[in-house]
Ligand binder design. Structure first.
Ligand code: ATP
Ligand code: MG
Length: 580
């Protein structure tokens, strides 16, 4: 096994509070099983104790990450959990980050936050110590607690408030050097999740308003995953729906030649109602949404136009506007801008408001739209003729069945759990913090940066979502808290006890992470606990010992195998080696 954590462990001495019942507040399987197996204990919403067996799993994930990050040339550091406000004020995030940032004061009234991520702190290290391009590139990482006061902490370690993250940050003197390190981290992450025994996909992610295809997420595929993904059925394109692009099946639109015509549409406010009433496909309607947006102290409204059968992707809108906040406008604001309540708004005659149209409008030959008049719509609305298309961009939420932007094959919907995220940051933080180096000509330049995160606890939880059965967790061997348990079938039979003790000692000596179940419990209880915990293999010294045999079983295998007691330790070693 890649990460051996050896220690003597008799289960009678182990803090292992397993539960028979599923705790009522645990909704998803990984949370239920982590609580039932006694791996974690809730202290407060989104805050957990890692109990001995749970912490072993966490350490295994950490060790895999550490091994691969070190191999990739990154250097481990440890930054403080408590971060002074000044650093966050320099980057401008102190005011922007919102309520997820837990702020507090020390006894002198100085302000701090608990780091939710550490760009500022790490940039201050480079600013202090990296003077010359000759010291670049540099990649520093840590494995450390983060705090984010999530609105809805839930699902156990999946979305905690205090959680362990591996975060890495790289510094470069050229975009090419950043590209190379980004690829290095991509490949390193692939090795990490493979070593964890997980099935995952790398998807295009929203990279905020920095732009480009400079951000990818590592998704563990699981039916319960919080993230909706679109994956091409014809090529390797996969993307978080937040960022996914697509092309649409064109709806047949003849360019209209008829003039605009008003129709009465009493109380028909939704696309579905209007479409049914006018006997038009939703795709032949034009949807107009009025949005409020705010950038810094600047506030404004915009009208967003989409084909009627399409939904808005607010993340794309936010990025396009370079806004901090976007939200559908209040009815009163809509009335002020369009003269009518939502449901009857349209682009024709709309003045004094910025109009942004989705790409799909380019192929619209004409359609129906709100008339900016109560209970009224317009027919034969032609983009370009009846209103001008000045700002046209991708604003749609891509959906399953749309066509892949790369190859045109249909996109399929799948779900995933975001366990890792890699990101090209550029000079956002180095410029804000005035973190510079001297280039070959002696000129000072801001560092070009990348950042790379992995959720440690979330990775462990995701492993359970992917690997469980009706009896409990079936850990990938690399993450299992122990690899073998030796169980005497009857605690009152000295022959069985002696045989079990001997096997336990042999396995320990061979370097196997092994438990001895020496509890005064019935064999049935012991087997259930070990299955719940997902211990990789077990040896039971029972009846067959009279003919010199013990029972061997791998957690994921459906049946027992009888092996000669003298060969039992060897069998365990061999079977575990095969799982590597
Ligand atoms: P999410 O979209 O799930 O809120 P994020 O995009 O805000 O996550 P990042 O800032 O990219 O997260 O953090 C890096 C990694 O940290 C994520 O890929 C995820 O694995 C992990 N992570 C983020 N938030 C949490 C949390 N609340 N609990 C556990 N792990 C988390
Ligand atoms: Mg992320």
């Amino acid at each position: 096994m890649s990460c051996v954590i050896l220690c003597l462990m008799r289960i009678s001495r182990l803090l292992m509070p397993t539960l028979r019942e599923t705790p009522s507040d645990a909704e998803i399987i990984s949370h239920q099983l982590m609580l039932r197996a006694g791996l974690i204990q809730k202290v407060a919403a989104g805050i957990y104790n890692y109990l001995p067996l749970g912490y072993r799993v966490i350490r295994k994930v950490e060790n895999i990450i550490r091994t691969e990050m070190n191999r990739a040339g990154a250097q481990e550091v440890l930054l403080p959990f408590a971060v002074p406000a000044e650093l966050w004020q320099e980057s401008g995030r102190w005011d922007k980050y919102g309520k997820e940032l837990l702020r507090f004061q020390d006894r002198k009234g100085a302000e701090y936050c608990l780091g939710p991520t550490h760009e500022e702190v790490i940039t201050s290290i480079a600013r202090a110590y990296v003077r010359s391009y000759k010291q670049l590139p540099l990649n520093l990482y840590q494995i450390q607690d983060k705090f984010r006061d999530e609105i809805r902490p839930r699902f156990g370690l999946m979305r905690g408030r205090e959680f362990i993250m591996k975060d890495a940050y790289s510094f470069h003197a050229s975009p090419e050097s950043l590209d190379a390190e980004y690829q290095n981290m991509h490949d390193t992450y692939c090795r990490i999740f493979e070593a964890c025994g997980l099935e995952y996909k790398v998807v295009e992610a929203d990279s905020g308003n920095i732009g480009g295809s400079a951000s990818q997420e590592f998704m563990v595929l699981a039916a319960n995953g919080e993230d909706a993904l679109l994956s091409c059925t014809g090529c390797a394109y996969s993307a978080n729906v937040e960022a996914a692009q697509s092309t649409l099946e064109a709806v047949e639109h003849r360019p209209v030649t008829e003039a605009l015509k008003e129709v009465s549409t009493p109380d028909k406010k939704t696309i579905e109602d209007v479409a049914a009433f006018l006997k038009l496909e939703p795709a032949k309607l034009l949807k107009t949404l009025i949005y409020y947006y705010k950038t810094g102290a600047q506030e404004d409204y915009t009208a967003v136009l989409l084909r009627g059968d399409q939904q808005i992707n607010e993340i794309k809108l936010k990025n396009y506007l370079n806004a901090d906040v976007v939200a559908l406008a209040e009815d009163s604001a809509v009335a002020k801008i369009t003269g009518v309540e939502p449901g009857f708004c349209g682009p024709v005659g709309l003045k004094n408001v910025r109009i942004i149209a989705d790409n799909s409008l380019r192929q619209m030959g004409g359609g129906a739209a709100g008339a900016n008049k109560k209970d009224t719509h317009l027919l034969n609305v032609l983009p370009g003729r009846d209103f001008s298309l000045t700002e046209v961009t991708d604003l749609r939420l891509a959906a399953a069945g749309d066509k892949c932007p790369r190859c045109g094959a249909p996109l399929a919907a799948i779900r995933g759990i975001e366990v890792g995220h890699i990101f090209k940051l550029g000079t956002k933080y180095s410029q804000a913090l005035n973190a510079v180096y001297l280039d070959a000509s002696g000129a000072s330049q801001p560092f070009i940066m990348g950042c790379y995160g992995i959720g440690v606890g979330r990775t462990a939880a995701a492993a359970i979502e992917q690997h469980f059965d009706e009896n409990g967790i079936v850990w990938p061997a690399a993450l299992a808290p122990y690899h073998c348990v030796v169980i005497p079938a009857n605690m009152h039979d000295p022959v069985l006890l002696a045989a079990a003790e001997k096997l336990y000692q042999e396995l320990l000596a061979a370097g196997v992470e092994v438990l001895l179940d020496d509890r005064e419990e019935r064999i049935g209880v012991k087997l259930k606990d070990m299955e719940l915990l997902g211990i990789t293999s077990r040896l039971v010294a029972g009846k067959a010992l009279s003919s010199g045999q013990v029972e061997f079983r791998l957690r994921h295998s459906p049946q027992n195998e009888l092996v000669p007691v003298e060969a039992a330790a060897q069998t365990v070693l061999q079977k575990l080696a095969e799982l590597k």
